[in-house]
Design a binder for this molecule. Structure first.
Ligand SMILES: Nc1ncnc2c1ncn2[C@@H]1O[C@H](COP(=O)(O)OP(=O)(O)OP(=O)(O)O)[C@@H](O)[C@H]1O
Ligand SMILES: [Mg+2]
Length: 365
C-alpha cells in the first residue's frame, strides 16, 4: 500500500485561504512564522481537460503553468515511517509528561543529513498545535508549540535568546541570561507551551566548555518548563551528547528515533521504496505523464538518491518543473538526468558506478 499524503483540512481564515506565504521576515523560529506554517494548507491546482486548456488565452495559460510550477516546487509531504513514529511517540510522551513535575521524558530524532529530521519535527509540532487549536478554538493566546534551532557555536545566552525571539520577547542588550530565561519561562507558562522542538542539536558539543554550558541551559529550560522536549540533529548518538555524567542523564530520559535513508535490499524494502515513489508520482499535475511510469524507474531513482527522501523529492520536483518549462508535460529518465542532486548523493552514486565497473573488469584481469 502506498504511504498517505499529509493533509489536513484548511482552517477557516487560514493563510491557505488567502494564499499568503511565509515572508522572509517570519522564519519558522518566530511565533508568527510558526503560526503561518501551522495554518498553511496548499491546495493542488486543478488539471484542466484538453478543451478547457485549449480555450485559455496566452496570459491565462502562463498563469496556469506558473501555478503548477509553484505547486511542484513545494509538493505535499508523504507520511513516512520517521514522521509517523515521531508523532506517535512524542504525542504519547506529551500526555504522560502532563502529570510529571520533574524528570519529564523526551525524544531525539537522529540520523544523517537529508533523512527528513526537520520535516518530522516540524510535522509533529504542526500536528500537535492543530490538535490543540481544535480543542480550544477560542484561545488565540495559546502557544502550544515552541520551535527553535541551536545556532552554530552557540553560547547559553544565544540559545536563551532563540527561545525569547520565538515568543517575541525583547532582548535588551543589558539583560543577562537569567533575565532572559526567567522571561521565557514566565511567558511560556502563561501561553501554555507544552511541546518544545529543538532542531540542529548537533551544533552542541559537550567536548567544549561552551557546548557543555549550552547543554546545561537546555536542561535547565526542560526542568523549568512544564513541556515535552523533542530534539533533532545529525547522528546524535554517535556524538558526545550521551557521554559522561551529563550525557548519561540525557540518555536516561530520552528515546532516540532513528531517521534513516530508505533501503533497497530485500523485496519488501523495494516494495516500500516503490510505494513511496508511487505516492509522489500521484501528486504530479502534468498533462502527458502516464501514471506508473516513474515507479518503473525505481532502481535508477534509488541509485541517484541512495534512498534519501530529500534527494528523491528534489529529483522529482525538479523534473516536474522542467516538464512544464519545456512543454513535454511528463517525467522521463532524460529529464531526471538533467536535475542535479546534492553532493552526498552524487558522490555515493559515482562510487557505486566505480565499484560496478571494477566488478565487470575483474573476470578478464
Ligand atoms: N515525508 C516527506 N515527504 C516528502 N518530502 C520530504 C519528506 N521528508 C523530507 N522531505 C524532503 O527532504 C528534504 C530534506 O528534509 P529535512 O530538511 O527534513 O532533512 P534533515 O534530516 O533535517 O536534513 P539536515 O540534517 O540537513 O537538516 C526536505 O526539503 C523535503 O523536501
Ligand atoms: Mg534539518
Amino acid at each position: 500500500m502506498s504511504p498517505a499524503v499529509l493533509t489536513d483540512p484548511a482552517a477557516p481564515g487560514s493563510s491557505a485561504a488567502t494564499g499568503d506565504d511565509l515572508g522572509p521576515d517570519d522564519p519558522l523560529t518566530t511565533k508568527e512564522g510558526w503560526r503561518r506554517f501551522v495554518e498553511r494548507q496548499l491546495e493542488p491546482p486543478p488539471l484542466l481537460a484538453a478543451p478547457a486548456l485549449a480555450r485559455l488565452s496566452g496570459q491565462a495559460r502562463a498563469d496556469y503553468d506558473e501555478a503548477r510550477r509553484d505547486y511542484h516546487c513545494d509538493l505535499p509531504l508523504v507520511s513516512t515511517p520517521t514522521i509517523r513514529q515521531t508523532i506517535t511517540t512524542s504525542r504519547l510522551l506529551i500526555q504522560l509528561n502532563r502529570h510529571q513535575v520533574s524528570a519529564r521524558r523526551g525524544v531525539i530524532i537522529s540520523g544523517a543529513s537529508g533523512t527528513g529530521k526537520t520535516t518530522a519535527l516540524t510535522q509533529l509540532g504542526r500536528t500537535h498545535e492543530r490538535h490543540i487549536r481544535r480543542r480550544y478554538p477560542g484561545d488565540r493566546y495559546r502557544l502550544p508549540v515552541l520551535y527553535v534551532t541551536v545556532p552554530p557555536a552557540a553560547t547559553p545566552r544565544m540559545l536563551a535568546a532563540e527561545f525569547a525571539r520565538f515568543l517575541g520577547l525583547p532582548i535588551p542588550a543589558r539583560a543577562n541570561i537569567t533575565d532572559i530565561v526567567n522571561a521565557v519561562c514566565a511567558t511560556a507558562a502563561h501561553t501554555r507551551v507544552e511541546l518544545v522542538c529543538v532542531d540542529e542539536l548537533h551544533n552542541i558539543s559537550l567536548a567544549t566548555r561552551a557546548g557543555a554550558e549550552v547543554s546545561d541551559t537546555l536542561k535547565y529550560f526542560s526542568e523549568r518548563l512544564p513541556a515535552t522536549f523533542v530534539y533533532a540533529g545529525i547522528d546524535i548518538e554517535r556524538g558526545d551528547l550521551f557521554a559522561g555524567t551529563r550525557g548519561r542523564q540525557i540518555a536516561g530520559r530520552f528515546t532516540v528515533l532513528p531517521a534513516a535513508p530508505f533501503a533497497y535490499g530485500t523485496s519488501e524494502q523495494r516494495e516500500i521504496w516503490r510505494a513511496l515513489i508511487a505516492t509522489l508520482e500521484g501528486l504530479l499535475r502534468l498533462h502527458q505523464h502516464q501514471a506508473g511510469s516513474l515507479v518503473t524507474l525505481d532502481e535508477y531513482l534509488y541509485q541517484r538518491t541512495t534512498g534519501m527522501i530529500g534527494s528523491l523529492s528534489q529529483l522529482i520536483r525538479g523534473a516536474a518543473v522542467l516538464a512544464t518549462l519545456d512543454g513535454s508535460e511528463k517525467i522521463t529518465r532524460e529529464l531526471l538526468d538533467a536535475v542535479p542532486v546534492d553532493y552526498a548523493a552524487e558522490q555515493a552514486d559515482t562510487a557505486r558506478r566505480g565499484r560496478a565497473r571494477g566488478r565487470r573488469r575483474e573476470p578478464g584481469t
